[in-house]
Every structure is written in structure tokens, then in C-alpha cells.
Design a protein around this ligand. Structure first.
Ligand code: PGA
Length: 242
């Protein structure tokens, strides 16, 4: 596993955006899984700007949304659906057939999970997976205690996620379950990058790197990935001993 520490959020985001762009240049039909949230926001914005400036052709790429709050409508500005469309899919002018996100309102979540697994398998697997890390060490909605070997699944949200998750919403919302790609997807991805910025992530980044690998800190899974990377800014790295 590689650890890359960048000076600040801007530099971190530029580097990650550049890696996504390069992935699509190297393999135009790349399958990219993208997280939503505060951490990847600038990466998405910079990627869209770079792609426009450099005229990169995204028309053959596929984008997969990492997760979603079950029951939250797609037009809610706090939904992952809204985030990905607003910050990434629309600016990159991706066609409907190029993007796959979980339907938060599905009557059949198990089928939605099976369908997502099938799409990823049909497309030949994920080339590049960019994920954030929760304050409790979750990746996507793979909450503490989750098995490392799951594909897409529905999960009861951890108390920390329910509390912290309110930050995305204009008004308080009841959050109880998530639908998410599994950590097996991360392990199977050809390249996986965990990104984090800010001093508030310093503690969980320390644990992700130094604790025993295990599902009490799901993000420790990245250390099992043979092409895994942790990309953080100096504030998120501030508890690490150099
Ligand atoms: P954040 O969320 O990027 O908004 O900090 C990270 C996460 O919970 O995965």
C-alpha cells in the first residue's frame, strides 16, 4: 500500500483528479467508482475543469456511484445521486447509459444490489475506485463490523454515520440504512485510493494505518490491496509519525 501526503486539500484533489483523467486517457472504456461527500467534491470539480480544458474524451467510460442513503429521493441535495450528477456526471456530459447509481427508492434493494454487481462484472470490473473515509473508519457504507468479502449490500447505518451524515442535508432527515458497494469490490478493483483531508480525519487515518487490520476499522482493508493507496493532506496526516 502506498501513502501519499500532499500539502493541502487543493494539491490532494488535483493529484486525484489527474489520476482519474489519466486512467481515462490510458483506457477510454475505464470503469470508475466514485464516492460522494465533502472530501471528493474538489476532485470532481477539478476533474471536470481539466477534462474540459484538455478535451478528454469520456464518452466510453463508465461511472459507478459508491453508495446511497436508502429512502432519500434523488432530488434531495444531500443524496449521493444529487452530488454525483451535479458535480461530476453533468459537468463531464456523461450519457445516461454511462452512469450507474443505486436507486434509493427501490422497492427491491436486494435486486438493486444484484443489478449493480452484474453491471460491474459485465463491464469487466472496476479499474479505479476513489473512496472517502468516515469518522468511524467506514468506506462507502461499509460500517464497523462489516465483512470484507461482501459485494453490494444494504446495511444498518452506524450511529456515527447517522449523526455526521446530517451535514449533507439542508434539513434534518431520518437516516437508518444505506445501500453500498462492498469491500470486496474495493479489493477487486485494479486500483483503489482512499482520500482524506483535514485535521478531523487525523485520528481515523492514524488508526487506518497503524491499527490491526480488521472490520472494527473497515478502512484498514486498503492495506490488503496490492494496488491500494491512501492519499491525504498534511492535516489528515498530522498524527502519523514520519
Ligand atoms: P466526507 O465523508 O468526505 O464528507 O468526510 C466521508 C465518508 O463518510 O465516507
Amino acid at each position: 500500500m502506498q501513502l501519499n501526503i500532499y500539502k493541502n486539500y487543493q494539491e490532494l484533489s488535483e493529484q486525484v483528479a489527474r489520476q482519474i483523467l489519466q486512467q481515462v486517457i490510458d483506457k477510454p472504456e475505464a470503469v470508475i467508482c466514485m464516492a460522494s461527500g465533502d472530501t471528493p467534491k474538489l476532485t470532481c470539480q477539478l476533474l471536470a475543469a481539466m477534462a474540459a480544458k484538455e478535451g478528454t474524451d469520456f464518452s466510453r467510460a463508465t461511472f459507478i456511484g459508491l453508495d446511497e442513503w436508502l429512502g432519500i429521493p434523488p432530488d434531495n441535495t444531500g443524496s449521493c445521486h444529487y452530488f454525483l450528477h451535479h458535480y461530476l456526471f453533468e459537468p463531464l456530459r456523461l450519457a445516461t447509459g454511462q452512469v450507474f447509481v443505486f436507486d434509493a427508492l427501490t422497492a427491491n434493494p436486494a435486486k438493486a444490489c444484484a443489478d449493480m454487481d452484474a453491471v460491474i462484472a459485465e463491464k469487466g470490473g472496476i479499474d479505479l475506485m476513489i473512496v472517502g473515509i468516515g469518522m468511524n473508519g467506514h468506506i462507502g457504507f461499509n460500517e464497523p463490523g462489516v465483512s470484507f468479502n461482501l459485494h453490494a449490500h444494504v446495511i444498518d447505518l452506524d450511529e456515527t454515520t447517522i449523526t455526521v451524515g446530517q451535514k449533507y442535508f439542508a434539513e434534518p432527515v431520518p437516516l437508518s440504512q444505506g445501500i453500498t458497494l462492498g469491500l470486496q469490490h474495493l479489493l477487486d478493483a485494479r486500483k483503489a485510493i482512499v482520500i482524506a483531508n483535514g485535521a478531523k480525519k487525523a485520528g481515523i487515518i492514524y488508526k487506518t494505518i497503524h491499527n490491526k487490520i480488521g472490520n472494527d476499522i473497515p478502512a484498514t482493508v486498503i492495506r490488503l490491496h496490492n494496488n491500494g493507496e491512501i492519499a491525504i493532506d498534511e492535516e489528515a496526516a498530522s498524527m502519523l509519525t514520519r
